[in-house]
Design a protein around this ligand. Structure first.
Ligand SMILES: Cc1ncc(COP(=O)(O)O)c(C=O)c1O
Length: 405
């Protein structure tokens, strides 16, 4: 006879750092990745139509057949030398600066770069300043190392650097200031050239590191954003980049470029996370890029996403209740909607699900308690012909909530 197994409660034993992590929102977004009957504005997913699968399968076949000793093997933790050479050339071409020796590593996407900086650079209680709102994966990465995450508001010119300056003058001493200066997630807004200069000056004066996330930098609709913080102030900036939005998230590839001492520590930190980013993906991305396919994909992507942003803007004008405002991005994947006071977009997610439409409510994008009336709309992967209907359904959910108030 076997004794009945007791169900054990593991939660009391979980590490303290897991308590403030959240994460349910990202899980919910990824769960909808394959949904077919929901019009989903929730995840920042690139459109599969931007991938030339014939080119990619040809490359994969060739790289495995001809180069298995490299592509199917472990790689150097900082990335394959040929791939770093390619990415370095790309940074020189797109941002006008070539990383020096030890200043560039390949990561497993942008989130890996964030995690490695946090792991290498943050002790419990260290202050990290973020834009409010910001990319929620970054908030989670910093909190994962028990950082004290503080928000600074944004306006049409990006982070309110004047507010940050006041906080610094008042004694706040962040170790890291994290910014997404170009076509930000979740607002779509871009930091002005002047604010970039002011931020770099503050970093030099107060001794913090700028962590610059350039996930959407190359997806400008009408031209590039102002010079990157890393290219203008490489002494105080670590740049985290990703190939997820301009190429494909399936490869999980990105980069970190910045002061050699920090990058070197991140390389050591990566040795006991995933040890190295996959060699097959690295080589494939390199060949794809050297063959000119990445640049061609980026041109197609900008056109596609610009059209979608315009379609969402027109649909919002047609369907949102009076008093609703939204941003007008000039690049990237997102529009940020602010409904009139009195709605709670977290609570309304269920009503949206009933209507077979999905968005991400505003709250998780803030380190504090704001965002109750806001929603993020990702237009990147919603087919053109579904955009008006999807926004109409969201408009209906908001209008009903305001009428019931
Ligand atoms: C601003 C920003 N940074 C980084 C990432 C992470 O992307 P990945 O880890 O796929 O490179 C995302 C993804 O949504 C993002 O929006």
């Amino acid at each position: 006879m076997t004794a009945a197994l007791e169900t054990r409660d593991w939660s009391a034993a979980l590490a303290r750092r897991t308590h403030s992590l959240g994460g349910g929102e990202i899980t919910a977004i990824l769960a909808l990745a394959g949904a077919t009957d929901v019009i989903t504005f929730s995840g920042g997913f690139p459109d599969p139509a931007t991938w030339p699968t014939d080119v990619l399968s040809g490359l994969a076949q060739r790289l495995v057949a001809d180069n298995a000793a490299v592509t199917l093997q472990y790689a150097a933790t900082e990335g394959l030398a040929s791939v770093r050479d390619y990415v370095s050339g790309r940074l020189a071409a797109t941002q006008g600066l070539t990383p020096g020796a030890g200043e560039l590593m390949i990561t497993s996407g942008g989130i890996d770069a964030m995690e490695l900086v946090a792991k290498s650079y943050l002790d419990p209680g260290d202050v990290v300043v973020v834009e409010a709102p910001t990319y929620l994966g970054a908030i989670m990465a910093f909190r994962g190392y028990e950082a004290d995450v503080r928000g600074v508001p944004v306006d049409d010119d990006g982070m309110r650097v004047d507010v940050l300056a006041d906080l610094l003058a008042g004694g706040l001493r962040p170790k890291i200031v994290y910014t997404i200066p170009d076509f930000q997630n979740p607002t779509g807004l871009t930091m002005s050239a002047q604010r970039r200069q002011e931020l770099a000056a503050l970093a030099r004066r107060y001794g913090f590191l700028i962590l610059e996330d350039v996930a959407y930098r190359e997806l400008g609709f009408t031209g590039p954003p102002p010079p990157s913080l890393w290219s203008a102030a490489p002494d105080v900036t670590l740049q985290a980049g990703t190939f997820s939005k301009i190429f494909s998230p399936g490869f999980r590839l990105g980069w970190a470029s910045g002061p050699a001492e920090i990058v070197g520590t991140m390389v050591v930190a990566k040795q006991n996370s995933d040890q190295c980013s996959g060699a097959l993906g690295q080589r494939l991305m390199e060949e794809y890029g050297r063959g000119g396919h990445m640049d061609a994909q980026i041109v197609r992507s900008r056109e596609l996403y610009q059209r979608r942003a315009q379609l969402v803007d027109a649909a919002l004008t047609a369907h949102m209740p009076a008093g609703t405002t939204w941003t007008k991005p000039s690049g990237g994947f997102y529009i940020w909607v602010t409904a009139p006071d009195g709605v709670d977009t977290v609570a309304l997610s269920a009503a949206a699900t009933d209507k077979k439409v999905a968005y991400v409510p505003g709250r998780p994008f803030y380190p504090g308690d704001e965002g109750a009336t806001q929603i993020r709309l990702a237009y990147s992967r919603v087919a053109d012909h579904l955009i008006d209907e999807g926004i109409r359904r969201i408009g209906e959910v908001l209008t009903t909530a305001l009428e019931d108030k």
